[in-house]
Design a protein around this ligand. Structure first.
Ligand SMILES: Nc1ncnc2c1ncn2[C@@H]1O[C@H](COP(=O)(O)OP(=O)(O)OP(=O)(O)O)[C@@H](O)[C@H]1O
Ligand SMILES: [Mg+2]
Length: 492
């Protein structure tokens, strides 16, 4: 999905919110380019992040109908390219309407000076003097630039946006995205953004993508202001100090969890350190601190804490050659917003993993850790279930997956419903089969009973015949005895 900050970046000057005085100055400068060459051939837009400097530079190009040439101030080829462009005589397209004018946009001009790249600055200075094309320079803090350089430009200051302006911009997005946005929630986002509209829009998107609505409740995933201010202080001290003990002190004196401090450092390092070698070194120490933190949390062995804090404090602080004397607005780690956003997904995955592990019907479930199942089995399961409804239905039945879980796995409500109804069918079929089997068994049993009765009767008959025979024989013997007795009585 396209980031909303890009999707809703104003195209023309009249769509830019806030900083109305600055916009007026820009508009009159643009007007002058329409009819010739103004006295100041370069404009220097300066101010804090996320207030519309780059946006205004693009809008100037759109207003004039010029092609944009964006150059990196720290690239040595930049000056050669500018040199080639600045002399081309197609200003305002009057000489040859078929040739489109070009606008040169040079961002982070203050960065050149920070590296003592005076050569770069003087090259730009000489180009500004001769250019026939508009040049837009952008800087966060222009006051470190030499005065003679600044004097060559039309300086336009952009201020932090007011809460009202930010809310106005957010509301526009809510309408276009057809989101239900609670006014109070927008207020929280705006106040949290501290005048930075980019941050506010990013937060709005992070919240809205999850639920398609923005309520006060949803804004809880944004950092509470108090703890943010405290952590600002800690990060500032680590970033700005050149002493190991100060960096360690900064960490020890806060009650924030070490993993929270680490996330803040990781998020903000690139804003502070400009030299790529310093950045690489700092991140290297941070990654080592992360290894120790992992051991601490896993084994609950807090003896490692000293290593983790030293690596993330001193390691980061001493990775720079010299402290940067500039203002940096540290921002809330995106990773936390992302974690909050994906919390629901992680919980579903965990419950699926648990079900897959369970032994059922005497057959073992998947043998392995929940983590392994989440990373290795669930992605496979997703593919199988999306491709084959019948197979998916069997899986659902086998592991008793809930509707929510199936929906998560196949990423579609309608497909999940199909699979569930298929699984119900299988269940009904199995029950039906079990029933018919039971009936058949019962019949068999009855039949067996029926054939058993005559056998028994036969036995009984046999039995009675035998008894009768014995009785008869007994009677005969008795009679014979009696006869004999009578004979003796009669004197035979
Ligand atoms: N004044 C504004 N009006 C409307 N949208 C704005 C304004 N300022 C910022 N935005 C939004 O925020 C995004 C970022 O703004 P932009 O890139 O202009 O900031 P920037 O001032 O150049 O910041 P940085 O100093 O960090 O480069 C824009 O894409 C746009 O969506
Ligand atoms: Mg910018």
């Amino acid at each position: 999905m396209k980031p909303w900050v890009e999707k809703y970046r104003p195209k023309y000057l009249n769509e830019v919110v806030g900083n109305s005085n600055a916009i007026k100055v820009v508009e009159s400068w643009v007007k002058k380019w329409r009819s010739g060459i103004p006295e100041k051939r370069a404009i220097l837009l300066h101010g804090p992040p996320g207030v519309g400097k780059t946006t205004v530079a693009y809008a100037i190009a759109n207003e004039l109908g010029y092609d944009r040439i964006e150059l990196n101030a720290s690239d040595y080829r930049t000056y050669k390219i500018i040199k080639r462009i600045v002399g081309s005589a197609s200003v305002s397209g009057t000489l040859d309407p078929s040739i489109k004018g070009k606008i040169i946009i040079l961002d982070e001009v203050d960065g050149i000076h920070a590296r003592k790249d005076i050569g770069g600055l003087s090259a730009i200075k000489s180009l500004i003097n001769i250019t026939l094309q508009p040049i837009v320079l952008i800087a966060n803090d222009p006051w470190g630039l030499p005065k003679d350089f600044r004097d060559l430009t039309l300086m336009v200051e952009f201020k932090r946006l007011s809460q009202t302006d930010i809310i106005k911009a957010l509301k526009r997005i809510c309408v276009k995205e057809k989101l239900k946005c609670d006014e109070k929630a927008l207020k929280v986002i705006a106040s949290n953004a501290n005048g930075d509209l980019r941050a506010a829009i990013n937060d709005l998107q992070a919240i809205a993508e999850r639920t398609r609505r923005v309520s006060l409740e949803d804004t809880r995933i944004l950092a509470p202001r108090d703890s943010e201010i405290k952590i600002f202080e800690t990060i500032l001290r680590i970033m700005k100090t050149e002493y190991c003990y100060r960096a360690r002190e900064a960490i020890m004196s806060t009650d924030e969890e070490p993993d929270v401090i680490m996330a803040w450092i990781a998020e903000n390092l690139p804003k502070e350190y400009e030299d790529p070698y310093e950045l690489a070194l700092a991140y290297n120490y941070l990654s080592k601190a992360d290894v120790f933190l992992g051991r601490i949390y896993r084994r609950q062995d807090w003896a490692y804490l000293a290593y983790a804090t030293t690596l993330m404090g001193c390691g980061v602080a001493l990775a720079k050659k010299k402290k940067y004397r500039k203002f940096v607005k540290y921002s809330y780690p995106r990773v936390f917003i992302e974690l909050a956003r994906t919390k629901q997904a992680r919980e579903i995955e965990k419950s699926i993993a648990e079900k897959l592990q369970i032994r059922k019907d005497g057959i073992y479930g998947i043998h392995g850790s929940k983590k392994m199942i989440r990373y290795e089995i669930i992605p496979l399961l997703k593919n199988i279930m999306k491709a084959d409804i019948e197979e998916a239905a069997k899986i659902v039945k086998r592991f008793s997956l809930s509707k929510e879980e199936v929906k998560y796995l196949v990423e579609s409500e309608s497909l999940a419903e199909k699979i569930l109804s298929e699984s119900k069918k299988i269940k009904l079929k199995k029950e039906e089969e079990a029933k018919t089997l039971a009936i058949a068994e019962a019949k068999e049993a009855k039949k067996a009973e029926a054939t058993e009765i005559p056998e028994m009767q036969k036995e009984e008959i046999k039995e009675t015949k035998k008894e009768k025979e014995v009785k008869r024989k007994k009677k005969k013997r008795k009679k014979a005895k009696e006869d004999k007795g009578q004979q003796t009585l009669l004197g035979f």
